[in-house]
Design a protein around this ligand. Structure first.
Ligand code: ADP
Ligand code: MG
Length: 676
């Protein structure tokens, strides 16, 4: 038996089990050995039930009674009474009906979960359960838990791995030995042994460190190599014309912030180089990214180059088109808007105008990357809210030019440095860390649902002063199964009662594009007082006269999302307010408290990263595709170490091809992250 033997050959793996593994992509012995635990269950600290305190707890108990009942469609609750001789407590599982069969055997189990106050009593929520008889006694009782594969329990995976233990020691080293030594890392086989067969938490940590380092090293090395390749590309040379830029700036109704000037200067310098720009413009909501892009587009147009601006939604695309039109038409630069709702003859016309260069700045949704669109000397590509676009879509757009165009990716989701390095490793970064002068910090306050009348009177006062308000709900339609607010119902309710005397609009993703636009236009022109909307307004919408943002069921939103939503107000010299209404009168979550406390997107991004992990926040288009198994992007110190090791490796002129497996992984990451 060796690493490439079929898994079926292993003792204890029948045909059925073999097939189940195969469906999860695990075919060989080597595949299973490198199938790493997703978490660890620590049964080393057992508490007696009488001594249990709120928080994470492990008990050793029998199940006395267990029932499952359907609560509503899609929700089944299993409750059990657990006893350990010192006392009894209740355990609750959501949608885990199999717990009944598992626990009814009467054996003793370790249960580990959150002991918390819920539904009017203390209970152990969603605890894991492991038979005491199956937890090895010679260890500290720390057990690896594997990603669920249909029909295969962690217990079985552990058993099979036990059989394979001798083979693990044969795993070859994949990292250059100099790096392993310098970084004081475990060898690859020792690290994998440590995570599959942990004896102590410290051992797990060393194993994890080594494996996470390896992943990050591969990823960062890929970025380094992509950077090297980008540097060899031939781009468009767009010379800097001082007078052109001066005139543009002089025409603005405001003065640029220092940060805007620096970012613009970064871009204009990149334009002059023979290699294409790859730059990320990172600015907190309201920091004024659009005008920076506009300035660069002006310079490009002056030298006869076309600019494409790609936005993730129609609303945003049409708003950008309008803004850029205002900024650029005084200089004779033509702006066109291409979205899914431009149809028939108008669309054909537009294609033609784009193709022959009559339209100099093309704004659009992903309609821009369709086969049929051909550009004319496309020199500059701007991608707004870049984390919403996958690498592939960016590549499609960049392909539409004879030379690689200069790329400016813009994002209002501030990215912690560690994340920027890993996910956007081949981009240069400009940061707008300064809000335009005269902006007052938004006042944010958490409200419990029963204080709504008071809240509404505050909203009404603002409207009386001539301001406008957003009311955000998470659903479009009411769902009979829950009490979550929907825009349809809120719209009706507000219109028929509290705000009868006000002009209210309704916006959500299911409206036809034309309808969405019409509502947005009304709101932007001040012809609506209140806009009841889903999160379609989340990104980029700019109506400076709106000063109130009410977010219903605020606890349902992520931190970054709340910050984005809040960024729709606070865009003028007027004081703005953000009111977060919770779903219940229970004490508000950490998230809401953080957002109430801080207006700083960079700070909130760090908090969000530590609360949730990166995959959730930055979407699967990029981070998910990286498929990091072990490393998390919150590993800032490890990322820094891996980064300098990768740089040193490249600088040393070492030949990657000497490390076969490493090279294969790096190639994969290069393909996943490259812009070209
Ligand atoms: P974001 O960075 O969130 O995309 P926008 O580009 O939409 O921000 O700009 C937000 C608002 O601030 C817009 O109304 C814009 O006209 C205005 N703005 C941009 N720069 C400045 C500035 N330097 N001074 C005053 N207002 C500005
Ligand atoms: Mg914007």
């Amino acid at each position: 038996m060796n690493l490439v033997s079929e898994l079926q050959k292993v003792k204890g793996v029948g045909e059925k089990t073999g097939l189940q593994f195969a469906q999860a992509g695990i075919h060989t012995v080597g595949d299973l050995i490198t199938f790493l635990p997703r978490a660890f269950e620590d049964f080393s600290h057992v508490t007696g039930i009488t001594d249990i305190k709120p928080g994470k707890a492990t008990i050793k108990a029998h199940c006395e009674m267990i029932v499952t009942r359907p609560v509503r469609r899609g929700l089944r609750i299993t409750t059990a009474t657990l006893t350990d001789g010192t006392g009894k407590l209740q355990a609750v599982w959501f949608n885990q009906p199999y717990r009944e069969a598992q626990l009814k055997t009467g054996e003793e189990f370790f249960f580990s979960g959150e002991f918390e106050f819920n539904y009017n009593r203390y209970q152990l929520t969603n605890p894991s359960a492991e038979k005491v008889s199956e937890v090895p006694v010679q260890t500290d009782r720390v057990l690896p838990v594997y990603r669920a594969i249909k029909g295969l329990k962690s217990t079985l995976v552990r058993k099979i791995l036990d059989e394979l233990k001798p083979l693990v020691t044969m795993l070859p080293e994949t990292l250059p030995t100099t790096i392993v030594q310098k970084e004081k890392l475990l060898s690859r086989s020792d690290a994998i042994l440590a995570v599959h067969f942990p004896k102590t938490p410290e051992q797990i940590e060393s194993g994890r460190e080594r494996l996470a380092f390896e992943e990050l090293f591969e990823l960062l090395l890929a970025s380094q190599l992509n950077r090297q390749e980008n540097a060899k590309l031939e781009g468009w040379h767009i010379p800097f014309e001082q007078q052109v830029v001066k005139d543009f700036v002089a025409g603005l109704p405001f003065t640029l912030t220092g940060a805007q000037r620096i970012a613009a200067w970064d871009i204009l310098q990149d334009f002059e180089k023979s290699t294409p720009m790859n730059r990320l413009l990172q600015g907190d909501v309201g920091s004024g990214k659009t005008v920076v892009a506009g300035l660069a587009a002006r310079q490009a147009a002056h030298e006869g180059f076309q600019t494409a601006v790609m936005a993730p939604t129609e609303i945003l695309a049409s708003q950008h088109a309008e803004t850029l039109q205002k900024l650029l038409s005084p200089f004779g630069v033509t702006v066109g808007l291409l979205t899914g709702s431009v149809k028939g003859a108008a669309r054909k016309e537009l294609y033609k105008a784009i193709g022959n260069g009559d339209v100099q700045v093309v704004v659009g949704t992903h309609a821009l990357i369709q086969e049929t669109v051909s550009f004319h000397r496309l020199g500059f590509v701007v991608i707004d809210e870049q984390h919403r676009f996958g690498v592939k879509q960016r590549q499609e757009l960049l392909k539409k030019s004879e030379h690689m165009p200069h790329l400016l990716a813009m994002t209002a989701t501030p990215i912690p440095r560690s994340l920027a390095l890993t996910v956007y490793g081949e981009l240069d970064i400009s940061i707008l860390n300064e809000l335009p002068k005269g902006r007052l910090p938004i006042k944010t306050k958490i409200w419990s649902p029963n204080s709504r009348p008071q809240l509404y009177s505050l909203v009404d006062e603002e409207i009386t002063k001539g301001r406008q308000a957003y009311v955000i709900c998470s659903l479009i339609d009411d769902n009979p199964d829950n009490d979550i607010k929907s825009v349809q119902a809120e719209y009706k309710k507000l219109q028929n009662s509290v705000f009868k005397h006000r002009r209210i609009g309704l916006l959500h993703g299911k409206l036809a594009p034309g309808e969405k636009d019409a509502v947005m236009q009304l709101f932007a022109r001040g012809e609506l007082d209140i806009l009841v909307s889903t999160t379609v307004v989340e990104v980029g919408v700019d109506v400076p006269n709106a000063t109130v943002m009410v977010i219903e069921d605020a606890d349902r939103f992520g931190l970054s999302q709340l910050h984005q939503l809040r960024g729709r107000v606070g865009r003028s010299i007027h004081q703005s307010y953000c009111y977060l209404v919770t779903s219940t009168s229970a004490s508000p979550s950490q998230r809401l408290k953080e957002i109430e406390k801080s207006n700083d997107g960079f700070y909130l991004a760090e908090v969000d990263l530590s609360l949730r992990g990166a995959g959730e926040i930055y979407g699967h288009a990029q981070h998910g595709a990286l498929n990091l198994q072990i490393a998390t992007l919150a590993d800032t110190k490890l990322i820094a170490r891996a980064q300098s090791a990768a740089k040193a490796f490249v600088a040393s002129g070492a030949d990657l091809l000497e490390y076969k497996e490493l090279a294969a992984h790096v190639k994969k990451y290069q393909r996943l992250t490259t812009l070209n």
